[in-house]
Ligand binder design. Sequence first.
Ligand SMILES: *Cc1c(COP(=O)(O)O)cnc(C)c1O
Length: 451
Amino acid sequence: MSDARRELPSVNSLLETSGVRSLLAHHPRRVVLDAVRSAVDDARSSGDAHRTEEQWIESITSVVRRNTQSSLRRVINATGVVLHTNLGRAPLSEVAIRAIEEAAGGFSNLEYDIETGQRGSRYSHCVGLLRQLCGAEDALVVNNCAAAIVLSLNTLAQRKEVLVSRGELVEIGGSFRIPEIMARSGAKLVEVGTTNRTHDDDYRRAITPKTGAIVKVHRSNFTIEGFTADVSVERLAFIAAEHGLPVIHDLGSGLILPLEAHGLTGEPTASAALASGATLVLMSGDKLLGGPQAGIILGASSVVAKLRKNPFARAMRVDKLTLSALEATLRLYLEPERALKEIPVLVMLTEPAAEVESRARTVARTLTDGGLAAGVTATSSSVGGGAFPTAEIPSSAIVLEGNAAELEDKLRRADPPVIGRISDGKLLLDLRTVLAREHAILCRAVLQALS
Ligand SMILES: *Cc1c(COP(=O)(O)O)cnc(C)c1O
């Protein structure tokens, strides 16, 4: 046996130390035991047995801390990308958070009709609000927009052909590709037109007795410019009606209120998309709508009823927490001014640049008072999440002096992690995506990580 091995303390002797005893008082025994074993194993494999008791406790404590931390953690989004899919997309409004709390802590009438005392339907919640807000005849909520696409195609076009323009065969992100999802839904993709130009006749020529639907995919995360042509949903609805076919419009973003007054143009609202004549409009709950992750299907009652009966609907059904948050979020839209003030995504998208700048100055002052070299710079934020792909929203960011890569790394390991953006060799913390309610947490985390 080597010297190093002989000098290793036993697991039992470490468990007797006062440092480990105090860990045992606060953490599950198996977590502490695993940490002690892994610290001893580490020392054995690195041949580094000469440690003071204090050093042993330090390494055991850091393993315990790592293993007791939640895997899913809150982070501060200072990237300036409002709908950041990797950072969980839409933060919820206070009322939606309260609704989740209420639904989570007790029982609910999820599938119970309080009027009659009979079994109810989970699909009834949110339908009334979606009808009112989007002008839909009927609605169905599933887990996300991807599920909405699968369910719609599987119900309306299984073993049939579905026409899609070559300019819309897109990847949404996270390897979610329209052609692949269609194949899995049991529909056969028929490409029409070219990447830059698709005409009415391209669709007309492709329609056969085997055609089941025409799909329109909203170009949500890119634009095509130059020599282009596109067939509008209105035209598609007209062509489809000649053959009794449904038009499925994968809208993605899910805008309820127009944001033109705030400089954001080009994204159709859900009600405009429906009014264009699509049979079904599909959208996400956690993009521009600003609610929980969900897929919302809007359309004619006769068609939505078919979707509801598909056994896949059961496999894609939403839980009570999602429904409670979605209902509370939708209810805010009944008063548009309130929606703009209380739904975080809308607050971030519409806050005047001067106000973001003033918040940035306040945060910068707290950081400089804490001894950091921090300034404020003008920058621009983006919408993200597959919506308004080219929009640049004027914003203000904190610039931290120092090596940008090092600062980025330290802030990523802060508690909570602060995720910034490197631009022109500087680390920026864009304040447009940091809510006022997060200022104190942001300052504390940054000062702790960099002091
Ligand atoms: C984002 C998006 C989707 C996927 O939505 P999820 O809710 O993330 O499943 C589908 N289609 C379009 C056009 C999108 O923008």
